[in-house]
Design a protein around this ligand. Structure first.
Ligand SMILES: Nc1nc2c(ncn2[C@@H]2O[C@H](COP(=O)(O)OP(=O)(O)OP(=O)(O)O)[C@@H](O)[C@H]2O)c(=O)[nH]1
Ligand SMILES: [Mg+2]
Length: 402
């Protein structure tokens, strides 16, 4: 399952985002370092389900379909706040970053309101601290974290690669497998920086630091969420971020959390990512909640959604470049063997082929692969066909020999 890590300074709203996205209760408070041990939960990437297009009522197994929106589970991690100098041990240090070693993509929850300083201390009112600083410092911290890991054994490692004439990218990928870094990631970073892969012992400290930064970018890209946009002062900061061409998702984790909670209580009907909600039990809403809901509706009208689901989807589909595919066994009924309609959706990296999909389903299916069928158009697809987002695929394999 794809893993997403939430990062940011203390008090930026990571746990609020986590709780809203996973529906799990975790400690949320307006003082720094509320979270110390990581929270792990299941959140979702969502797509327009193909059930509407095929005109069927689906019976999902590995995902959930609500009103034609398919929610695909992903793992979400919420960790302690990061303060400047954490890589040198400040705050809680960067030990907890180890919890994010396996992350595929990171979401940086930024306090766009500017009410808290770099350490998460309350400055008393919004509009004081500059969130652009938070973005710069976080990237540097993560770069330093990578750099430290690389630096630890670099000289010895580099010499060994040279003496034993090993492939640098493969050796580094093995060394960094704990960070979920592949050979392709390493190759891309080396290429982007035009470093000499034959002579890693000649890389300067600066080369290694730059390499750490680029390796981080390719292996764990960061999505920036401008959180707390419900606070009026945030808008000015959002504009500044956008003027710098920084790709940000405007959001209010608090608004999402309130909607999710009220929806769990059965007071409102709200589908994650939605642009509206419906009050179904008006008698059970307090005056305070009614006022909150009015504010939230204004927010939704203005921004389209609370931004939380959008951030998840942006991370999975645009930044990590995953696609969603539906394997089926019966191309006419769109079912699996048990008769479940459109039972599964798999998140796979862009570039995944029909044969790769067969492998993911079952090694026998790949071994005996004949061709794949595009269920939509009923066209035959070769093994090396590159799957497209929202493809519905049936794999044809030769009968197993007894
Ligand atoms: N107005 C507003 N407040 C928010 C929003 N998201 C979080 N908060 C508030 O910000 C404070 C900190 O929220 P947390 O979710 O605990 O922040 P955190 O980043 O997990 O903090 P640490 O665990 O200390 O690192 C709480 O008072 C939240 O209610 C938001 O979208 N809007
Ligand atoms: Mg927290």
């Amino acid at each position: 399952m794809i893993r997403i890590g939430l990062l940011g300074k203390p008090n930026s709203g990571k746990s609020t985002f986590f709780s809203a996205a996973t529906g799990r209760d975790v400690k949320i408070a307006d003082y720094p370092f509320t979270t110390i041990n990581p929270n792990v939960g299941i959140a979702y990437a969502s797509i327009d389900c193909v059930c509407k297009e095929f005109g069927v009522k689906d019976t999902p197994r590995n995902s959930v379909c609500i009103n034609g929106i398919r929610f695909i589970p992903v793992e979400l991690w919420d960790v302690a706040g990061l303060v400047p100098g954490a890589w040198q041990g400040r705050g809680l240090g960067n030990q907890f970053l180890d919890d994010l070693r396996q992350a595929d993509v990171l979401i940086h929850v930024v306090d766009a309101s500017g009410r808290y300083d770099a350490e998460g201390k309350d400055l008393g009112r919004p509009g004081i601290h500059d969130p652009i600083e938070d973005i710069r410092f976080l990237e540097q911290e993560i770069q330093r974290w990578f750099w430290q890991i690389l630096k630890r054994n670099w000289d010895k490692f580099a010499r060994k690669v040279e003496v034993e004439k090993k492939d640098l990218a493969s050796s580094l990928a093995t060394l960094l497998s704990g960070l979920n870094i592949s050979k392709e990631h390493v190759e891309k970073a080396i290429q982007l920086l035009s470093l000499n892969a034959e002579k890693p012992s000649t890389w300067s400290d600066d080369d290694l630091l730059k390499f750490a930064g680029v390796l981080r970018e390719v292996s764990k890209p960061i999505v920036i969420v401008a959180n707390k946009l419900d606070v009026p002062a945030s808008e000015e900061n959002l504009k500044r971020l956008q003027e710098l061409n920084i790709d940000v998702v405007p959001a209010s984790a608090l608004a999402e959390l309130i909607l999710v909670k009220l929806s769990e209580r059965g007071v409102i009907k709200y589908i994650r990512g939605g642009s509206s909600f419906e009050v179904v039990n008006p008698n059970q809403i307090s005056d305070r909640e009614r006022k909150l809901l009015e504010k939230i509706q204004e927010f939704l009208d203005k921004w389209g959604s609370t931004g939380i689901q959008k951030a998840m989807n942006h991370a999975v589909f645009n930044v990590k470049k995953m696609i969603a595919v539906y394997p089926v066994e019966d191309e006419n009924k769109l079912t699996d063997r048990k008769g479940n309609i459109l039972p599964d959706v798999f998140l796979v990296p862009k570039g995944t082929t029909a044969l790769n999909l067969a492998e993911k389903i079952h090694s026998d299916l790949a071994k005996n692969f004949i061709y794949a069928l595009d269920v939509r158009t009923k066209t035959k697809l070769p093994a090396d066909y590159e799957l497209k987002h929202r493809d519905v695929i049936k794999i044809y394999a030769a009968a197993k020999k007894k």
